[in-house]
Write a protein that binds this ligand. Structure first.
Ligand SMILES: C[C@H](O)[C@H](O)[C@@H](O)C(=O)CO
Ligand SMILES: [Mn+2]
Length: 423
């Protein structure tokens, strides 16, 4: 226990108390901010279907070749365990279907079964965390022409429907075994590089495929479906079948979760602004917290205004129970564990900052037309001792305070990652 951290906290506590904010209660409330860690940051979205599996197609890209990428389940779990040991608060695991425990066997996507994911469920049990799941509709020969669930090739379309069906069944069992609902997210890359003639045909096929893949209803306590829209991907610049309009409509009509990825909208759109709109019409949303730089580049999350707006919208409106928070970034150009820890801590910081806001005071100002006072308070809040509360929260959670995690990650790189070399 550092006395300096404690003393700084006591001063911060008084300053926030003067605004009517109880910092001890805020720290407790942070337990309700559960972040789902996307496994794919450890290996650049490669997966373990074959020894040399790598991300191909799908309009997404992990750039960089920093040494130490995870190349096996054991390495991935070690990296996740290291990351989790450096993060305060509660988490979940978000797994893609390509990360099954296939035991060296070649198991195609339409053949996956619960047994391929049992060791992950057991790992989550051991770690005391919940688990989310994703169908993987990319990096596969049957997606090479750019279409999966909306394919006009009936063989391929059926193949992907079967994959999603199986992923949903596996998700339901994951949720049942872990006692916490598994969010199953469907994202497909389908789209067209150049101007297509038949947008409608592909969208009708996507609707048909989703209806088929989601025909079985599972109890909500076991699994929840999310559908993820996108503006465009590399090689699908002219049309994306699963656009926001498409999936918002589908989610509302079928009571599914809409997944809002921060990189999947026009750069001037704010995902934070969409939450209260979507939640008027659907029960829950799934967030993919990311950092698009000029495009859906999936940079490591930092504490920027966009992430802050999301956290503030969730907290101001008491939406924590209706918003599932996932991360989605993959940076292969820096230490990958470092990327996890920076990104997850940044997302958590945004929620802590939001919880430290005297929201009722600001709302009263707004309703009284005191817009100067509202803006002034928002500015002043930026320089309140939020860092002292964050440090104390980390100390209470028995994880490194402030920049102390840097040396821990450097040590892990020296002891573990550097021995893996370039791959
Ligand atoms: C690997 C993920 O499924 C993927 O990032 C998806 O969520 C996405 O955002 C694609 O752009
Ligand atoms: Mn995403």
């Amino acid at each position: 226990m550092s006395e300096t951290v404690q003393q700084a906290y006591e001063i911060a506590k008084k300053q926030y108390a003067a605004l009517g904010v109880n910092t001890d209660e805020v720290i407790q409330k942070m337990d309700e901010v559960v972040i789902s860690l996307h496994c794919w940051q450890t290996d650049d979205v490669g997966g373990f279907e074959t020894p040399d599996a790598s991300l191909s197609g799908g309009g997404i890209q992990a750039t960089g070749n920093y040494p130490g990428k995870a190349t096996s389940l054991a390495e991935m779990r070690a990296d996740l365990e290291k990351s989790l040991s450096l993060l305060p608060g509660k988490h979940r695991l978000n797994l893609h279907a390509i990360y099954g425990d296939f035991g060296g066997e070649l198991v195609d996507r339409d053949q996956i079964e619960l047994k391929h994911f049992q060791s992950w469920i057991d790992w989550c049990k051991k770690m005391g965390i919940g688990m989310d799941f994703n169908a993987t509709c990319f990096s596969h020969p049957r997606a090479a022409d750019g279409f999966t669930l909306s394919s006009k090739n009936e063989d391929n379309r059926k193949f992907w429907v079967e994959h999603v069906k199986r992923c949903r069944a596996i998700s339901a069992e994951i949720g049942k075994q872990l006692g916490t609902p598994c969010v199953h997210n469907t994202w497909i890359p389908d789209g067209s590089k150049d101007v297509p003639i038949d947008r409608n045909g592909h969208r009708a096929l996507l609707k048909k495929s989703l209806d088929e893949a989601m025909a079985v209803d599972y109890p909500k306590e076991h699994m929840k479906d999310a559908v993820e829209s996108k503006l465009f991907g590399i090689g699908a610049e002219s049309m994306t079948v699963g656009s926001h309009d498409f999936y918002l409509g589908y989610a509302i009509q079928n009571n599914k979760l809409i997944c809002l990825d921060m990189g999947h909208f026009h750069p001037t759109e704010q995902v934070g602004d969409k939450i209260s709109s979507c939640l008027q019409f659907v029960d829950e949303v799934l967030l993919h917290v990311s950092r698009p730089v000029r495009w859906d580049s999936d940079h490591v999350v930092t504490l920027n205004e966009e992430v802050q707006m999301i956290a503030s919208e969730v907290i101001r409106n008491n939406f924590l129970k209706r918003v599932n928070i996932g991360l989605d970034f993959f940076d292969a150009s820096i230490n990958r564990i470092g990327a996890y820890v920076i990104g997850t801590r940044a997302a958590k910081k945004a929620f802590l900052f939001a919880l430290l806001e005297p929201t009722s005071m600001l709302k009263e100002m707004e309703e009284a037309g005191q817009n100067f006072e509202r803006l002034a308070m928002l500015e002043e809040l930026k320089t309140k001792p939020f860092g002292a509360v964050w440090d104390y929260y980390c100390q209470q959670s028995q994880v490194p305070v402030g920049e102390q995690y840097i040396t821990e990650i450097q040590q892990y790189e020296k002891d573990v990652l550097s021995k893996r070399g370039f791959n």
